[in-house]
Every structure is written in C-alpha cells, then in structure tokens.
Design a binder for this molecule. Structure first.
Ligand code: P6P
Length: 344
C-alpha cells in the first residue's frame, strides 16, 4: 500500500507540487488496460461525479430540508429519507445519460431501470447506505457494482443482472464522513481517493490497499447475538478470549463505514442471519457482492458463513444474504466455527 503524505507534498526540487497530486481521472487513465474503450473509465468517473453531488448535499443536510423523511416507503419497506431519494435520482440521472449503462439496479427502485440505447454496463447500487444514521450525523455511504452486459446487440435481460458477484468487472463505495472518499477496484487492486472540496477533485490517497495481517476490529451488532446461528456466537467467544488476536468491537451501523475502517486497520464486518430472518438484512446484489469483490481484491473474503458471496446467484434483485466480510483469516475462521461440530 502506497501511503499518502498527510502534509502538503513538498515541491519536487525545481518541480511543480501538482506533479505529486494524482487525480482520479489521471489514475483511471494510467491504470486503463491497453485496448480498453474507455467506457469503464468514463463510468467510474461519472460515479465519482455523483459522489461529489451527494457529498455536497449530505454536508449541508442539517441546513436544508434534506434531513427529513420523504414520506415514501421503498420496496424494502423502509421509509426513504430525502437524501435517499436525492442520491437515487442523481445516480439514475447521471448513469442514464452516460451512454455507458444499459440497466440500473437500485435499492430504492422496486424494478430494474433499463436505459434505451444504453451502453455496455449494468450497475447495481445502494444509493445511500446507512441512511437511518443521517439524523444522527453518522457517516453514510454509496455502494456500487458494475457488470458487463452479455449481449451488446440485444436489449438487456435479467441474465445481465441476476448473476454472481464473480462476474463483476468493478465495484466500490463512496464514504461521506469527516472527508468524502471514493474506494474502488476494477480488478487491479483497491484504490482510495479523498475529495478535495476546494478543488472539487478526488485525489489519490492510497493505491493497492490490502487488509492488514493483524486484525484490530470485529464489527458485529452483539445485541442480536441470541438470535444468531451457534457458530457465529462461537466466533465472537473466540474473538473475546485473551489468547486470540486482541481486537476491539466496533459497530457503526453503517456497513460502508465499518468495512472501510476494517480495510484500513484489519477486521471483519458481519450482518448475520437470525432465527426470524435467516437471510439477514443486507442485499446481495448491491451490498454483499460489491463489498465481497473489494475484499477479495484486497486479499480478504466475503461469505454468507458457508460460501463466498461471489458465488451466490440471486433470483431476485433485492435478495438478502447474511454478510461476513473482511480479513480472509477472520472470515475463514468464522466459516470454520459455523461448519464445526455444533456450528448451527
Ligand atoms: P442494524 C444501514 O441501514 C444498513 O443497511 C447497513 O449499512 C448497516 O450495516 C446495517 O443496516 C445496520 O443494521 O439492524 O444493525 O441497525
């Protein structure tokens, strides 16, 4: 992982400090594989633009009418916040006009949005994940995944979006927190950019991020532990022992924030299934699979406690799944406890 000097970069001798600032546009262009059409690069840049617009609204939510509820309940049965609606509209509007996207799966829309004369990609997204935290000014995020459509000459069909995360060609998230970050992978490592609000540019902060070997956190909502399958409880018991890696329990209640902190400092995020909701709360297509893709690109793993989230084929665009994602060693240990003699 190449680190970003938090101090303003010293001017290269006789050089220009700007030479040390790598914008996302320049990074995407530098990393674009030979022979690429530039469509994926352009799509990622459009997503970065959506992130700037959403960031601007979230930063001022308390000063405008954006904090409140929209009065609309989405397909999940969750009451949409005004910022949810805004984020969904921005993403659909930008991607719909990009000429790069033929279909969009959004948490906020009951059905897939198909764009006429769309381009080669299908995007899945949670426009604003963690929105239940908005009123409390807790960090929230946008999660996205990108598939390449199967047949560019015929209208997109369900086979273009009801597919395993192993088909993803890119995935990432925006994190709206003390700063706004964009973290993505297009199959060549995980890279993180910080928005400079004055310049209006995402600047490279870390490239080729990997989960640290020594884990520091486990992110489970322990209040629900009585309802988990036994193996998950046994993992938490193991994590709390004195003779295992010393980890702190941190749970923000915003998957992007929990994932991001664990990516930087080492750890595992979990939203297990329960006896009442065996599939858990998070959705496979636009939460579990994109986070699992990023985890795998950073040397980690994403699982439903038995198999990789990237191997699951959804039958419905809003299908839920248990999610255990983060450092590979911790996820595999969790799976071993679940598979163990009295795992269930
Ligand atoms: P709970 C936010 O609403 C979210 O979808 C995820 O970002 C987060 O990890 C989870 O739900 C928190 O759910 O039930 O612990 O509040």
């Amino acid at each position: 992982m190449s680190t970003f000097d938090p101090d303003p970069p010293a001017p290269a001798v006789g050089g220009n400090p700007a030479d040390q600032l790598i914008t996302i546009k320049r990074f995407l262009a530098d990393r674009q594989p030979a022979g690429a059409t530039g469509n994926l690069t352009g799509l990622l840049y459009d997503i970065a633009l959506a992130g700037k617009l959403i960031s601007s609204k979230t930063r001022r939510a308390g000063l405008t009418d954006m904090l409140g509820r929209s009065g609309v309940t989405n397909v999940q049965g969750e009451e949409q916040k005004s910022l949810d609606v805004y984020a969904d509209q921005v993403i659909a509007g930008l991607l719909g006009k990009s000429g790069k996207v033929c279909a969009l799966v959004s948490e906020e829309q009951p059905e897939v949005t198909v764009f006429e004369d769309g381009g080669p990609y299908v995007v899945t997204c949670d426009p604003l994940d963690g929105s239940s935290n908005i009123d409390a000014n807790v960090s929230i995020g946008t999660i996205f995944g990108v598939f390449r459509r199967h047949d560019p000459d015929n209208g997109p069909t369900t086979e273009d979006w009801l597919r395993p995360g192993s088909d993803l060609v890119a995935a990432g998230y925006l994190l709206y927190s003390t700063s706004t970050m964009l973290v993505y992978s297009a199959g060549d490592g995980v890279h993180a950019f910080t928005l400079d609000p004055e310049a209006g540019e995402f600047l490279l902060t870390w490239s080729d991020l990997e989960f640290p070997e020594d884990p520091s956190y486990y992110s489970f909502n322990l209040a629900a532990s009585a309802h988990w399958e036994r193996g998950v409880e046994r993992f938490v018991d193991w994590a709390n022992r004195d003779d295992t890696p010393t980890m702190s329990q941190r749970y923000i209640g915003s998957a992007v924030s929990d994932f991001h902190r664990n990516l930087l400092h080492g750890g595992i995020f979990a939203y297990p299934g329960t006896d009442e909701e065996p599939a858990g709360k998070l959705r496979l297509l636009y939460e579990g699979a994109p986070l699992a893709y990023l985890a795998e690109q950073a040397g980690g793993r994403g699982s439903d406690s038995r198999e990789s989230l990237l191997d699951l084929v959804p039958t419905d665009i809003h299908q839920r799944t248990p999610v255990f994602v983060g450092a590979r060693g911790l996820v595999e240990r969790l799976e071993a406890f679940v598979a163990g003699p009295d795992g269930d």
